[in-house]
Design a protein around this ligand. Structure first.
Ligand code: NI
Length: 196
């Protein structure tokens, strides 16, 4: 098992846009080793996802998995997914660029690169995803709800963006205060899953 060191906020690697994986490298042993190590590192740290810049590798690769995660109780399982060179099209924006009520999901997000902090981020609750899988096969899917939030958080890492850049600053909280003061109902608010 290979556990990789995780870069924490302040390290420049987290603030540099990642480079696309060259077509010829997909499926090759070097990339496979990186992906395996990323999956093991994510699982060991109880993360819901991990992007390559978080392990000091400036490539457009991320891994996502949410299986009864103690950090995100009630967020529902997401099977292991490897996204190479992902492209996202967030859905639900109005013509004026705002995200109307019903099209968003607000979640208290955390990040393995921002230890001991949570903060509320509102994102589109539906996003079209295009990527390659680890063998190079095309992935095309529509992600909704928590899955859409997690994917956007991970792809943000590839674009040098952290959740703290998008969080409502007044909601930032240490994990201890989060457990004490943020009720279960506030932790995930999926507007599309609520009654009108
Ligand atoms: Ni993160």
């Amino acid at each position: 098992m290979t556990l990789l060191k995780i870069a924490t906020v302040g390290h420049p690697v987290l603030r540099r846009p990642a480079q696309p994986v060259p077509e010829a490298d997909i499926g090759k042993p070097a990339l496979e080793s990186l992906i395996e190590a990323m999956v093991e590192t994510m699982r060991d740290a109880s993360g819901a996802g991990l992007a390559a810049p978080q392990v000091y590798v400036p490539l457009r690769v991320c891994v996502i998995e949410l299986a009864e995660n103690p950090r995100y109780p009630g967020a529902g399982p997401i099977p292991l997914m490897i996204l190479i060179n992902p492209r996202l099209s967030p859905l639900g924006f109005a013509a004026d660029g705002t995200l109307p009520w019903g099209s968003g999901i607000s979640m208290y997000e955390g990040c393995l690169s921002v230890p001991n902090l949570r903060g509320r981020v509102r994102r589109p609750r539906r996003v079209a995803v295009e990527a390659r899988d680890r063998l190079g096969a095309p992935i095309e899917l529509l992600a909704e709800g928590v899955f859409a939030s997690v994917i956007q958080h991970e792809v943000d890492h590839l674009d040098a963006t952290l959740f703290v850049d998008r969080a409502d600053p007044k909601t930032l909280t240490t994990l201890t205060e989060y457990e004490r003061h943020v009720s279960r109902d506030e932790r995930i608010v999926d507007e599309g899953a609520l009654p009108e």
